[in-house]
Design a protein. Structure first.
Length: 284
C-alpha cells in the first residue's frame, strides 16, 4: 500500500436526505453531494408556489374538516369546510423559512428579509451555497425537503402510479428513470432519475425516451412502461378529456393490449395521432 494513502484526508460523505440510504461524497466546499445541493436549491425555489397553492386548498378541499362553530373572523365562516392540513403546512413553511433566515442573518451579520414566504425563500436561495457548507446543512435540507413533500401532498393529493422506464438517458448516469403518472386530477406526469433529481423530463418526452431506451438496448420489460399507456394516462399526458382519447383510439385504430380488465394503447400510435391532429389544426 502506498504510504501516502494513510495520510490522505478522509472522504466526507453527504448528510442530505437524498443520501440517507447510500451517502455520496460531498461536492467541493459543501457538506452535501452535488445532487442533494441541486435538490435543496430547487426545493427553495418551489416553496413559494406551493405555499400559495395551499392557500387555494384551504377552502372547499375534498380533504377538509369542518371549522369550529363560532369562528367568524380571520378565516372561513362557521360550518364552512376548512382544510386544516393546508393551514398547518402554510404555517410550517413560514415558520421554518423564518427560522433559517434568522440564522443566516445573525451569523452573516446582514439584515433579515421581510417575513413573507416569497422574500424568505428568495433570501435563503441567495445564501443556499453558504447553508450547504454550514454544519447544519443536513438539518436545513431535510426540513425544506419535508416541507415540499407535505405541501405537495396537500395540493396534489391524488396518488401516482410509478412506472420503471429504464436507465437514465443522461450520459454517464447509472440511475433509473421512474415515471410518475397521476391517477386523478389534471396534473401531468413527469419522468425523474432515481440517482439525480436534476435529470427529469416532462410528460411529452415519454415516447421519445422510450425510443431512446429501445435504441440503447434496454430490456423489453423496462421498455414496456414507456410503450403502453392506459386511456387515463394518455389523457393526463396530453391534457385532453378521456372522451377524446377513446375517439382518437377508434378513429386512428391504435394498437391495444388488455391486462387485468384494463385497455392499454401503444404509445407510438398515440404520439402519431396527436402529431397528425396538431398538423391538421395548423393547416386548417
Amino acid at each position: 500500500m502506498d504510504i501516502h494513502d494513510t495520510e490522505r484526508t478522509p472522504v466526507r460523505l453527504c448528510g442530505g436526505p437524498g443520501c440517507a440510504a447510500q451517502p455520496h461524497p460531498t461536492a467541493p466546499g459543501s457538506r452535501l453531494c452535488a445532487a442533494c445541493e441541486r435538490r435543496f436549491f430547487t426545493d427553495l425555489e418551489r416553496l413559494p408556489g406551493l405555499y400559495h397553492s395551499c392557500e387555494s386548498a384551504l377552502l372547499g378541499s375534498r380533504h377538509s374538516t369542518v371549522a369550529p362553530q363560532g369562528r367568524s373572523t380571520n378565516g372561513p365562516l362557521p360550518g364552512m369546510p376548512f382544510n386544516a392540513r393546508a393551514a398547518d403546512v402554510r404555517a410550517s413553511i413560514l415558520s421554518v423559512l423564518g427560522s433559517w433566515s434568522g440564522l443566516v442573518a445573525q451569523e452573516r451579520g446582514i439584515t433579515p428579509p421581510h417575513r413573507t414566504v416569497t422574500a424568505l425563500a428568495l433570501f435563503l436561495r441567495q445564501h443556499a451555497s453558504w447553508l450547504a457548507a454550514h454544519e447544519t446543512a443536513a438539518e436545513v435540507t431535510g426540513e425544506v425537503g419535508r416541507l415540499v413533500g407535505a405541501a405537495r401532498r396537500v395540493v396534489e393529493p391524488d396518488p401516482s402510479r410509478r412506472m420503471e422506464v429504464g436507465t437514465c438517458a443522461e450520459s454517464g448516469c447509472t440511475g433509473s428513470l421512474v415515471a410518475h403518472v397521476r391517477t386523478g386530477g389534471a396534473a401531468l406526469s413527469e419522468i425523474v432519475c432515481s440517482a439525480d433529481s436534476a435529470h427529469r423530463w416532462p410528460a411529452a418526452e415519454w415516447t421519445r425516451l422510450g425510443r431512446h431506451l429501445g435504441r440503447t438496448g434496454v430490456a423489453g420489460g423496462a421498455r414496456q412502461a414507456a410503450q403502453w399507456l392506459s386511456a387515463a394516462e394518455v389523457a393526463r399526458l396530453r391534457d385532453v378529456p378521456p372522451g377524446t382519447v377513446y375517439r382518437l383510439a377508434s378513429e386512428h385504430r391504435w394498437r391495444r393490449d388488455k391486462r387485468a380488465g384494463r385497455t392499454y394503447y401503444w404509445a407510438q400510435d398515440v404520439e402519431d395521432s396527436f402529431r397528425t391532429t396538431r398538423r391538421t389544426a395548423r393547416t386548417g
